[in-house]
Design a protein around this ligand. Structure first.
Ligand SMILES: [Zn+2]
Length: 325
C-alpha cells in the first residue's frame, strides 16, 4: 500500500511572523541546520520526500547551496508560496498569481527544479488559488486538511499571539471550521475554470479526523510517549483498514530542539530536546515503512492519475475558506 511523504520547509521567520514577533523581518533562518539533518535521516532510511519550499527563502543567497542539496539527494521540490502568508486564500486572483509565479521562479533559480505541485501556507486554499494553479499548469495541489480541530487551533492561536487590531481580526479567518473534517481524504480531481487539478489532502485519522502529522504526535508525546505512538499506529492501522493511502507531513520543528529554533517557546512541543524528537520520529517512521511503500507526493500523484476510478468534482468553499496550521 502506498503512502506519500512531504516536508513543509517553514522557516524560523515565518513562525515569528505568524506570532506577531517583529524579529521576523530580518528573516532569521535555521535551514542550514535542519536541511542537512533531514536529508541525513531520510538517506539512512532510503526515503524520498517532497519538500515544499518558500520562495522568499530561495531569494536569500546564503540558502542557495543548502536548498540545492535537496534535489541532489533525490527529493522532489514543491511550491509553498513566496511569502508564506497563511491568509493567501483571502487575496485577489492577481495577487495569488503573482505569489505562485514569483515563488516558482525563485525556487527554480535556487534548486534548478521548476515545481509542479503546490501546498498553500497554513493549508490556505480558495477557488482563486486553484484557478491560478491550473493556469500555471500545476499537476497537483496538496493544501486540504480534513481536520475537525480548526476551531480549537484558532482558539489556541488567538490566546497566544501578540498580534492586535486589524491583523488579529484578519487571522480570525484562519484554521477553517469543524466542517472541514467532512472533506474527503482520498485523492480527487477538482474541476476549475475549464481545467482540472489533482487534490491530495493531508491525511487525518480516518475514524476521528484528528491530525496525525508529526508535530501533533510530538506534542502529544510531551505528555505521554506511549500514548503518542499508540495513536500513530492506530491511525496507520485505520488507513489500512479503510484503504486510505496516508499523506504524511513533517515540519522542520520536528527535527529541532529549543536552542536551535529560538523564540518559539509558544509553539506546541518546542520544550522538547531534538534528541527526544528524533527518537520519536524514528519510531514513527519505522511503523510507517513497515506497513507502507513510502514515495514522494509527485510520484504518488502520477500513479493516482492513471486510476480509472479517480473521482472529479467541483470545489466547495463555504463561507470562510480553509486555512490555519
Ligand atoms: Zn508552511
Amino acid at each position: 500500500v502506498l503512502a506519500s511523504l512531504s516536508v513543509d520547509l517553514d522557516d524560523l521567520w515565518s513562525y515569528l511572523r505568524v506570532h506577531g514577533d517583529p524579529r521576523w523581518e530580518s528573516l532569521p533562518s535555521y535551514l542550514h541546520v535542519v536541511v542537512p539533518r533531514v536529508l541525513e535521516r531520510f538517506s539512512v532510511r532510503s526515503l524520498s520526500a517532497t519538500f515544499f519550499l518558500v520562495g522568499q527563502d530561495c531569494e536569500v543567497a546564503e540558502n542557495a547551496s543548502v536548498l540545492a542539496s535537496i534535489p541532489r539527494a533525490g527529493h522532489e521540490i514543491g511550491n509553498h508560496s513566496f511569502h508564506h502568508e497563511t491568509w493567501l486564500h483571502l487575496k485577489s486572483l492577481d495577487e495569488i498569481r503573482t505569489e505562485v509565479r514569483r515563488a516558482e521562479n525563485a525556487i527554480h533559480t535556487a534548486t534548478g527544479v521548476r515545481p509542479s505541485g503546490f501546498r498553500g501556507p497554513g493549508y490556505s486554499l480558495s477557488r482563486n488559488v486553484l484557478r491560478a494553479l491550473v493556469e500555471a499548469g500545476y499537476h497537483f495541489d496538496a493544501s486540504t486538511f480534513p481536520s475537525v480541530i480548526g476551531p480549537l487551533a484558532r482558539a489556541y492561536y488567538l490566546a497566544t499571539t501578540k498580534l492586535e487590531g486589524e491583523e488579529r481580526e484578519r487571522r480570525k479567518a484562519l484554521f477553517g471550521t469543524w466542517r472541514d473534517g467532512l472533506k474527503p481524504l482520498a485523492p480527487h480531481r477538482l474541476l476549475v475554470h475549464g481545467g482540472a487539478i489533482l487534490e491530495l489532502p493531508v491525511t487525518t485519522h480516518p475514524d476521528f479526523r484528528t491530525p496525525f502529522h508529526m508535530s501533533y504526535i510530538i506534542y502529544v508525546a510531551g505528555f505521554s510517549r506511549v500514548a503518542a505512538l499508540a495513536y500513530w499506529r492506530n491511525a496507520l492501522s485505520a488507513c489500512l483498514r479503510l484503504g486510505v493511502e496516508p499523506s504524511v507531513l513533517l515540519h522542520p520543528l520536528d527535527f529541532l530542539g529549543p536552542e536551535e529554533a529560538p523564540n518559539l517557546s509558544f509553539f506546541p512541543g518546542m520544550g522538547m530536546p531534538a534528541s527526544r524528537k528524533l527518537e520519536i520520529l524514528s519510531a514513527c517512521l519505522d511503523a510507517l515503512q513497515d506497513r507502507f511503500e513510502v514515495v514522494p507526493i509527485g510520484r504518488y500523484a502520477a500513479r493516482v492519475m492513471q486510476r480509472p476510478d479517480l473521482r472529479s468534482e467541483e470545489p466547495k468553499f463555504a463561507g470562510v475558506a480553509a486555512g490555519g496550521g
